[in-house]
Design a protein around this ligand. Structure first.
Ligand code: DOR
Length: 426
């Protein structure tokens, strides 16, 4: 379907054939023939490293990467240095993001002070300062009594509790998924049970507290099953999955590839298949990048010393469009998991391409092929195992409240050439 979209003062005012009629020459035109216009994406899980590790990423570079990936809203995890566990830090992060004025940043405050897992933070203060959820991401709140109080507290303030599900007693010294490959490589394994146990326990605690619970970077077949069961009983439970857990397995670690060291670790094919099914059937609500920038020195080293994590903001959509194109994921589910799904978890407005709605949108060229390279990434770090991979589907432009906050180099020219070519099917 070919439509014109007219935006005025940050809002879609007319959508449809002929919306251009009567519009003056002073209007900026973005050519979108052959392209898809999609609602702006929301990322529930990014590490922007400011304050404290600005050599890896900062709020400006992270939000540049975000808009290059089509994200208009980004939730920032609190494992900064210092940890975002107070009103003052939440406010400082928000103030900086407003200066940067790219994607909107939504801070996530820590569940416990210093992510130490012991003493709860002031959830009311964090919420009043603008935090949209609570998480100790990078660490798990392993104490059941602390987690129980966290749920009771968060419920009072209507904040979701987002758990990094890892029973640390089962993962001490672990470097990758526990299985045949870890044995072969001689690396200590991180068993699935360490994740499943926490997800199951938290569902029980969340149910008792009537709290909202969200599973960060869900990676196992068993955890998906537990979430499905909790949802079927009407609990306020949701889950996210990362692109890398949908696309890679522990076999990718062979050769001691530090680029594939991540927490939770890459699992096995049966987990990947289960995660794809869970995303397709709605058990998993959101795709989250877990954008985790690290310096070269943090990855160009022996496996044991390498830091876990990979960047993902710019490449999330093209990578996952590949799953749509090969028939592994319905397009509707991919889009819902990048828009409505995450919006519901943290209570943001549902993104809509409709007259009267805020003009947040992504213009995608579904057929543009490109190779993921350091030079195509916009953040400060390029730690991703997908370097060198050819993908199909590029973000041509990102708009936030009608402002073009990103435009792909060469996209305008490509759009003009594309007008000769076939039209896209949104
Ligand atoms: O791989 C990861 N890296 N997982 C996490 O939970 C934290 C993250 C980071 O901050 O680097």
């Amino acid at each position: 379907m070919l439509v014109d979209v007219l935006i005025e003062r940050g809002v879609f005012v007319r959508i449809g054939a002929g919306a251009r009629a009567g519009v003056g020459a002073d209007v900026r035109v973005l050519e979108g023939r052959g392209r898809w216009l999609l609602p702006g994406f929301i990322d529930l899980h990014a590490h922007l490293r400011e304050p404290g590790e600005e050599y890896k990423e900062d709020i400006a570079s992270g939000l540049r990467a975000a808009v290059a990936g089509g994200f208009v809203d980004v939730c920032a995890m609190p494992n900064t240095k210092p940890v975002n566990d107070t009103r003052a830090i939440t406010e400082a992060i928000l103030a900086r993001s407003r200066e940067v004025a790219l994607a909107r940043l939504h801070p996530i405050g820590a569940i416990t002070r210093g992510l130490a897992g012991l003493e709860l933070t002031e959830a009311a203060d964090l919420r009043d300062a603008g935090a949209v959820g609570l998480s100790d991401d990078g660490r798990c709140v392993t104490s059941s009594s602390v987690m129980r109080r966290a749920f009771e507290y968060a419920r009072t303030f209507e904040l979701p509790v987002i758990q990094h599900c890892e029973d640390h007693a089962l993962t001490e010294g672990a470097e990758m998924h526990e299985g045949a490959i870890s044995t072969r490589l001689g690396l200590r394994g991180w068993p699935r049970a360490a994740e499943d146990i926490i997800v199951a326990r938290d569902c029980i605690l969340a149910e008792a507290a009537e709290a909202q619970y969200h599973v960060a970077h869900l990676s196992t077949l068993g955890a998906a099953r537990i979430v499905a069961e909790a949802k079927s009983r009407g609990l306020r439970v949701s889950a996210e999955v990362t692109p890398h857990h949908l696309l890679l397995t522990d076999a990718d670690v062979l050769g001691y590839r530090t680029a594939c060291k991540v927490n939770p670790p890459l699992r096995e094919q049966e987990d990947v298949d289960a995660l794809r099914r869970a995303l397709a059937d709605g058990t998993i609500d959101a795709i989250a990048t877990d954008h985790a920038p690290h310096a070269r020195a943090d990855k160009d080293c022996e496996f044991a010393a390498a830091r876990p994590g990979m960047v993902g903001l710019e490449i999330c959509f093209p990578l996952l469009l590949g799953l749509v194109k090969n028939g592994s994921l319905p397009l509707g589910r991919l889009l819902a998991a990048l828009t409505d799904g995450p919006a519901r978890v943290v209570g943001l407005p549902l993104p809509r391409l409709s007259e009267g709605a805020r003009a947040d949108a992504v213009l995608v060229d579904p057929n543009a092929r490109f190779r993921i390279e350091r030079a195509t990434l916009h953040g400060k770090s390029s730690n991703t195992p997908f370097l060198g991979r050819e993908v199909e589907g590029a973000i041509d432009a990102t708009l936030i409240e009608g402002r073009v906050v990103y435009q792909r180099e060469g996209a305008r020219e490509a759009a003009r050439e594309g007008s000769e070519a076939k039209e896209g099917t949104p």
